[in-house]
Design a protein. Structure first.
Length: 724
């Protein structure tokens, strides 16, 4: 309704709102309920959601209760609102599909992936066009659209099935994803070309769409990548908006989709490419990705797939003979794609059994292919009958593929090389520093910032070699320096080291300035945002009350996250060392510190000694050689758990297992055994009220050894630490 110079945004009536809410409730209940039944039967959830929509559609609900279905789903305005929900679901589904893309995997499996994709896509295009012509009477170029639909691999469905089977990181799984990604990227330019011909446009218009698609991908992978990384960093680091990153992801996904729509391509291409960028982005944490998946899988994807199932009308098939055509299409699509996809993977270097798995994997349906089929129906490139036929084929494929995959997977155990790769990836997943993307170094003279900066710069070198993000924030405190103060020199040396760190790959240096009175609050607040704090301190002197310094103690007491403390004495940087000693006891805080030690050892090129002492306090009645052997085995398990995480870094690792009751004395002997060691320890602060309590053992070790040390103070519960 118009009012003056403006207009009111059209809205639903109260009755339509009521109907929309009831429809959404019905769709979600039926879709999620059917998905749960499918899951319990060992089938993908998407199959249940498609079948749930089929039950709500004209084939079942419409046949049994036509009046009720007419009342629920026939309102045009409500239908438009449901369509909007469905399209948002499609955009989020493609976003998730993009998240599954690992560009390193694509590069590593480029040859078998490309060959599997080429051998699956091209024959599918030909077979689909031939089937549309001979069986449905649809000539090219419109008939080519069925071939486009058949050529697409449902990456999201493939990834979900592989995750459920704990096989996502297997070599054949990566080839399936690489080939599927190729099909999902190629499909959108193909759709643009076919749509141009269908609308009577010249060949030039079709080629223009293809060129736009290529240009869009190129720009997104360069300038778009830099902007996405910048935006994700700024949202996480500079704002306090609740769920701000989730909002940013949705905004950027919609803008990317809108950009491709504005170019005359399809919006889903933009969502997919943005998903690829998001998967590689800093601050794209596991919780953030899980929130996106939860929003999609829990709300929007069921709406999309249920509505897709509701479009299937078996009465539109026309006659029983059409059911035979459905089976024929299923057979043609499966034989062509599985057969040629397997051949491509075999030519790419995989074994026959692995190639067969790839062939079955690239034939998976029920994701992007269904979206493409719906798009074809809306563009008039696929008839209602053609869509119904393909939807049934997709349901049959999703139903048949998982047991076939299970049969084939049982015949393909990991090779030695593949097992080594899987172990490296698992080690990285368990490790601590790969998850640390942000560190803050407060430039306060009493916190010895040059010492902290030296440790941070060394870690940054190793993380750069590992291609891991590591953004460093210099917290500059605005206060005048007193005459003769060492402050300018200490801060200048710290800035020099941090500037050197910023020269590493994937490292960004951020300067944040605060007033002196706000320094402690700013430092403590940063720790609550998942930022690793790095400070320096002098080695504590033997005393009844341990202290690393007045300000250091206050930071440790108030911080909510982990704190890295460089205890380098009067040195402004790490001294020359020839080995790093990391005591481990099996608890997570010691394993995290061992990870820090591993990165330092990698950057410095020195030996890493993993050291553990197993208590031998046993009753004399039960002490024997067998107990001695069991104790040593338990110690070896502890150091092996730490070594497993670190071997991927390529550092020299020595393992020391000692039996005894005095960790501080035995560790001090290890440190005094010659050479120039650096001690890296994981500890827990059990203090409070600005008082430090790292434990008598830690205090004794630091006092006895008097060697340079790095402490990682972790935030674990005291009960967990003391229970082991």
């Amino acid at each position: 309704t118009a009012h003056g110079h403006g207009s009111v945004v059209p809205s639903l009536t109260e009755g339509q709102i009521l109907l929309l809410l009831v429809d959404l409730a019905v769709i979600l209940v039926v879709g999620r309920g059917a998905a749960e039944i499918a899951r319990r039967l060992g089938q993908p959830e998407v199959l249940g959601e498609l079948l749930g929509g089929f039950l709500l559609g004209p084939s079942v609900f419409g046949a049994l209760a036509p009046g009720a279905r007419q009342t629920l789903f026939a309102n045009d305005a409500v239908g438009m609102a449901l369509s909007a929900f469905s399209w948002l679901g499609a955009i989020l589904l493609l976003l998730i599909a993009g998240l599954e893309v690992d560009l390193n995997i694509v590069r590593r499996h480029a040859r078998p992936g490309a060959l599997a994709a080429a051998f699956a896509i091209v024959p599918s295009l030909i077979a689909g066009a031939a089937f549309a012509w001979t069986m449905l009477g649809i000539r090219p170029p419109a008939g080519l659209f069925l071939g486009i639909v058949l050529s697409v691999t449902a990456v999201s469905v493939a990834a979900k099935i592989l995750i459920e089977r704990d096989a996502l990181r297997r070599d054949y799984a990566q080839v399936i994803l690489a080939a599927g990604i190729a099909s999902e990227v190629l499909v959108w330019p193909l759709i643009s070309v076919v749509a141009s011909f269908q609308q009577g446009s010249a060949l030039r218009a079709g080629l223009q769409s293809a060129l736009f698609a290529v240009a869009f991908i190129a720009v997104m992978m360069t300038a778009g990548r830099r902007f996405t990384f910048w935006a994700m960093r700024r949202m996480a680091d500079m704002t306090q908006i609740a769920n701000g990153q989730l909002s940013l992801v949705l905004v950027l996904a919609c803008l990317a989709a809108a950009l491709t729509a504005g170019l005359g391509l399809h919006p889903l291409l933009g969502a997919f490419i943005f998903g690829v960028l998001l998967g590689q982005s800093p601050r794209a944490t596991i919780p953030l990705k899980q929130n996106v998946r939860s929003l999609t899988v829990g709300v929007f994807a069921p709406i999309f797939f249920v509505l897709a199932g509701m479009r299937v009308d078996i009465f539109a098939l026309g006659s029983p003979q059409t059911l035979a055509a459905v089976l024929a299409l299923f057979a043609v699509a499966t034989i062509v794609k599985v057969g040629f996809g397997s051949l491509g993977a075999r030519l790419g270097g995989l074994g026959w059994w692995e190639s067969a798995i790839v062939g079955v994997g690239v034939n998976l349906k029920g994701g992007t292919d269904v979206i493409v089929a719906i798009l074809g129906a809306e563009l008039g490139l696929l008839s209602v009958q053609g869509y119904a036929m393909y939807a049934l084929v997709a349901i049959l494929t999703v139903f048949v593929s998982p047991p076939v995959l299970g049969y084939l997977e049982a015949r393909v155990p990991p090779s030695h090389e593949e097992r080594a790769r899987l172990d490296r990836e698992e080690a990285r997943r368990q490790a601590y520093l790969p998850t640390v993307e942000r560190v803050m170094v407060p430039l306060l003279p009493e916190l010895l910032p040059a010492a902290a900066a030296s440790v941070v710069e060394t870690i940054a070198r190793a993380k750069g070699e590992e291609e891991e993000f590591f953004d460093i924030t210099e917290l500059t405190v605005d206060r005048p320096a007193a005459d003769g103060s060492p402050e300018p020199d200490r801060i200048a040396r710290a800035r020099e080291r941090l500037g050197k760190a910023a020269g590493q790959a994937q490292v960004e240096l951020i300067d944040r300035q605060v007033a002196h009175g706000d320094a402690l609050n700013e430092i403590v607040a940063a720790s609550k945002e998942g930022v690793l704090l790095a400070i320096g301190a002098r080695t504590p002197v033997p005393s009844a009350i341990m202290s690393l310094g007045v300000l250091q103690d206050r930071i440790i007491d108030g911080a909510a996250g982990d704190i890295l403390v460089a205890l380098l004495g009067e040195a402004a940087s790490l001294p020359t060392i020839d080995r790093i000693v990391a005591p481990v006891n099996g608890l997570e805080h010691s394993l995290k510190a061992a990870d820090v030690a591993g990165y330092l050892a990698k950057a410095l090129g020195v030996e890493l000694v993993l050291f553990t002492v197993v208590s031998s306090k046993l009753d004399g009645l039960v002490w024997n050689a067998g107990n001695h052997h069991q104790l040593r085995e338990s110690g070896e398990r502890i150091v092996r758990a730490a070594a497993f995480r670190l071997e991927r870094l390529g550092v020299r690792i020595s393992e020391r297992v000692e039996l005894g009751n005095d960790l501080d004395k035995q560790l001090a002997r290890e440190l005094q055994g010659g050479g120039h060691p650096l001690l890296v320890m994981g500890v827990i602060d059990r203090g409070g009220d600005n008082r430090l309590n790292l434990g008598a053992t830690v205090q004794s070790v630091l006092a006895r050894s008097r060697t340079p040390a790095v402490l990682l103070i972790s935030r674990e519960t005291v009960s967990n630490a003391e229970a082991t």
